[in-house]
Write a protein that binds this ligand. Structure first.
Ligand SMILES: Cc1ncc(COP(=O)(O)O)c(C=O)c1O
Ligand SMILES: Nc1c(O)cccc1C(=O)C[C@H](N)C(=O)O
Length: 497
């Protein structure tokens, strides 16, 4: 009996492996209709084919029908697809800029869009719903690594006793560099960067017990724990609530990088008492490549300062509501006085007070389009669909025509410990062959050298049909790669998961 029963495990091969099964799963899920909100590139688009009078109609390896078929895009964990409404919203932004110039900042725009000056406030409520926060606790601003630095400039306050930063050993390089450079910035030796590595070299899995024990081991000397909500490589979803509680019980501040969690899994940053978090809006959020990111600062930090300053909230003025010292800019200062040019920084209470510059209205417009798609459903409903999609992907991958398969899934088997993504470790020597084959057949997934493919069915736009087509093409790619490399060992190295 498997430890985590898969709802598709009971379905017989003849049904489960059929396209009809995938199509019927799509048919009975009302959220399947959200796919129409997105532009799905065709296989021909990806192959750079254009049909029509000026297009390249030269015969290629693939039929015209195949070129016109939607590609199998399972890479929303790296870059989400474009919502159809993004073009409409961006065109409106361009029209406003062209026809109103500077007045675009102040005048409500067509289609009920707020003036650019108020776009930051307009995005709060929808963003807060997605990350389980109060609107005052979130803001759309800057980019992920920049936000981590800004937040650490407020939350990482090393003392002679407490100065270490704990991260995980396979942290995304940017997070590693950010933490490392914060230490250097404070003239603290790099040995104060503590990395949590998996107990077993065979698996990237970090048990919660292991994470808690490393934190406890360094508790007296640690100032900050910075962890990902979902690990980019393994797809492991950490127990944010428990780890946060553990850190707080030891007097340690904790921040979360939600790059791979936001828009993917429900989180409750407010209820879980997370100190701070940051994310990008270009993966599951579908805001566009390198688009403006977001951050969260718990309102508790304001309350702590309030009581320390006065104890009577009625007599608090804006100046006393500052959470923390922070690196400041004019966009974080009180809106009503912003244009008085008085050089008195009056922080906006809440996360908005962390803003620096006037944000790119183009970016904000693009994020608005993406949030409006999320508002057609809820993150909880998306999660329910995502659990089914990923379970289906898992079960299909486990059914390979010879045993063991030439790959294994390194993402936790427990659905509560993963989001949409499954990371597939291929037997040595297969990756390039498999990748060439699947890309040639219109599949887009992410590779992490030397042997891992990350496959992420994004619940907003991916379908069971996508997963079906992926597995058929991927497994055929594996068979061909094994035949080409003639590698017997390639068939047996990893074993089944
Ligand atoms: C976990 C994680 N941290 C940091 C980054 C870097 O983000 P950015 O380039 O937006 O700063 C990424 C992705 O690029 C990521 O996945
Ligand atoms: N691979 C990337 C790229 O080619 C351009 C920009 C970003 C990336 C990334 O790796 C994005 C992301 N953090 C990821 O985990 O896929």
């Amino acid at each position: 009996m498997p430890k985590y029963p898969n709802p598709y495990a009971a379905v017989n091969d003849a049904d489960l492996l059929s396209e009809a099964f995938a199509r019927s799963e799509d048919g009975r899920d009302p959220l399947s209709s959200l796919r129409a909100e997105f532009v799905i590139p065709t296989k021909g688009d990806l192959r750079n084919k254009q049909y029509g009078p000026l297009g390249n109609q030269a015969a290629g390896a693939h039929s015209e029908d195949d070129d016109h078929e939607e590609s199998v895009y399972l890479c929303g964990n790296s870059l989400g697809l474009q919502p159809r409404r993004t073009r409409e919203y961006v065109n409106r932004y361009l029209d406003t800029w062209a026809s109103k110039g500077v007045f675009g900042h102040f005048k409500p725009l067509e289609g009920g869009h707020p003036p650019w000056l108020d776009l930051d406030d307009a995005l709060k409520e929808q963003t807060a719903r997605i990350v389980g926060a109060l609107p005052s606790e979130v803001v759309v601003m800057e980019t992920l690594t920049a936000n981590l630095h800004l937040l650490m400039s407020s939350f990482y306050k090393p003392t002679p006793d407490r100065y270490k930063i704990i991260i995980e050993g396979k942290a995304f390089p940017s997070d590693h560099y950010a933490a490392q450079s914060q230490l250097a910035h404070h003239n603290i030796p790099s040995s104060a960067l503590i990395t949590i590595t998996p107990p077993s070299a065979d698996s990237p899995y970090l048990t919660t017990e292991h994470i808690l024990s490393v934190i406890s081991q360094h508790n007296a000397s640690t100032a900050l724990v910075l962890l990902p909500g979902i690990q980019f490589y393994s797809g492991q979803f950490f127990d944010i609530e428990l780890i946060t509680r553990h850190c707080h019980s030891l007097g340690i501040t904790v921040g979360w990088d939600l790059a791979h969690a936001v828009g993917n899994v429900p989180v409750k940053l407010h209820d879980w008492n997370v100190d701070f978090a940051a994310w990008c809006n270009y993966k599951y959020m579908n805001g566009g490549p390198g688009v403006i990111g977001g951050l969260f600062v718990h309102d508790n930090h304001a309350k702590v300062e309030q009581t320390q300053v006065d104890g009577d909230a009625k007599h608090i003025n804006h100046n006393q509501l500052v959470y923390k010292p922070r690196l400041s800019g004019w966009w974080g200062s009180d809106k009503s006085r912003r244009f008085r040019m008085e050089n008195e920084f009056v922080p906006i209470p809440g996360a908005s007070g962390f803003q620096l510059s006037n944000p790119s209205a183009l970016d904000m417009t693009s994020v608005l389009a993406s949030l409006d798609v999320f508002s057609l459903t809820s993150i909880e409903a998306l999660r329910a669909r995502s659990l089914r999609l990923t379970a289906y992907l898992e079960e299909r991958l486990l059914r390979y025509d010879s045993k063991p398969p030439p790959y294994k899934i390194i993402t936790p088997a427990n659905p509560a410990e993963r989001g949409a993504q499954l990371s597939v470790l291929l037997n040595p020597g297969l990756l390039d062959h498999v990748l060439n084959y699947i890309e040639e057949h219109g599949v887009v997934v992410d590779e992490r050298k030397p042997d891992v493919l990350r496959v992420a069915p994004a619940p907003l736009y991916n379908s069971f049909w996508d997963v079906h087509r992926f597995v058929v093409i991927f497994q055929e790619g594996c068979r061909r790669a094994i035949a080409r490399t003639g590698s017997k060992s390639a068939e047996t190295t990893n074993g089944a998961s």
